[in-house]
Design a protein around this ligand. Structure first.
Ligand SMILES: Cc1cc2nc3c(=O)[nH]c(=O)nc-3n(C[C@H](O)[C@H](O)[C@H](O)COP(=O)(O)O)c2cc1C
Length: 279
């Protein structure tokens, strides 16, 4: 049996309970204790898959590490299975002790997110979990198709927010089509009942809208006019009798050129249309 006469400080996926922990176990390395580096390192998240710690002359901080007793052969074996861009070099711990440590090659940190302020990879992972991406489905529905779509979006992790107008359309089908179609045709806006205007907290916003007279209904015109959607990651989900809405689409392409969109044909009648939703 090779002697575990070296100390290796690990700062990422080799730590206890993380993906590559077994690479240490397989070479009979033994856990000693948790520790920190001296205040001279920066930490980067490489594509959110593993961290890269690098030594810096200025602006460095401590980084959480775990210390293992390991053999020289063990170190070689562990290094051969490390993700790309990592190597093992001498590093200094907070108490001045010099040990072997996993270090990133500076070139792999280019364009990657610096996470030094988190103090370590575990803290970063924890904070990512807590700030799980919030998604909002903000929609209007007059005859219930949109509500069905909303149920599907909720299953996909979207928070729901339904808007409604202060005034209803006339009760008769004929007159509701006439009045609604007329208003939409002129791109009029409607006064909305009070709703939560906060969209700051959401990383993804999908606007759900019926098609009226080929265009957006007045309720959605108000939303598009009043909420600062252009700064956000916004997409559109349309539902209409025909599964189309040429003028609304033209407007989206002009005003939100990067937005994704999907058209569903009357989901209340064609349930399988919900499978088209790709958000
Ligand atoms: C006033 C009005 C105008 C409409 N105009 C169109 C239209 O131009 N093209 C179309 O395909 N469907 C049209 N429809 C049908 C709706 O877009 C369709 O029923 C949609 O699924 C309704 O969604 P909701 O049930 O959530 O309100 C219109 C419906 C109304 C009430």
């Amino acid at each position: 049996m090779k002697q575990n006469n070296l100390i290796l400080a690990v700062n990422g996926t080799l730590m206890r309970g993380l993906e590559l922990e077994n690479n240490l176990k397989n070479v009979n390395a033994t856990f000693i204790k948790e520790s920190k580096t001296e205040k001279a390192y920066s930490l980067f998240s490489i594509n959110d898959q593993y961290p890269a710690m690098i030594k810096v002359d200025e602006g460095g901080n401590t980084v959480d590490v775990e210390l293992y007793a390991i053999s020289e052969e063990g170190i070689k074996e562990v290094l051969s299975k490390e993700p790309p861009g990592l190597t093992i070099k001498e590093i200094t711990l907070i108490d001045g002790q010099k040990v072997q440590g996993v270090i990133g090659l500076p070139e792999i940190t280019k364009g990657q997110k610096e996470i030094t302020t988190y103090g370590g990879w575990r803290n970063y992972l924890k904070s990512k979990k807590e700030n799980k991406m919030k998604k909002l489905f903000l929609y209007y529905s007059y005859t219930g198709n949109g509500d069905l779509v909303a149920k599907e979006m909720e299953k996909r992790g979207f928070e729901l927010r339904k808007i409604d107008t202060v005034k209803r359309l006339p009760k008769s089908f004929f007159w509701s089509m006439m009045v609604g179609g007329f208003q939409a045709g002129l791109s009029l806006r409607a006064k909305l009942k009070e709703y939560d205007h906060n969209i700051e907290d959401y990383e993804q916003i999908v606007i759900g809208s019926p098609i009226w007279n080929g265009k957006f209904p007045p309720a959605i015109n108000t939303v598009l006019k009043t909420l600062p959607l252009k700064d956000k990651n916004v997409s559109f989900l349309f539902y209409s009798g025909s599964g189309e809405g040429a003028k609304a689409l033209k407007r989206i392409k002009k005003e939100y050129p990067n937005a994704q969109y999907v058209f569903l044909q009357e989901p209340k009648k064609h349930l399988d249309e919900l499978n088209k939703i790709n958000y």
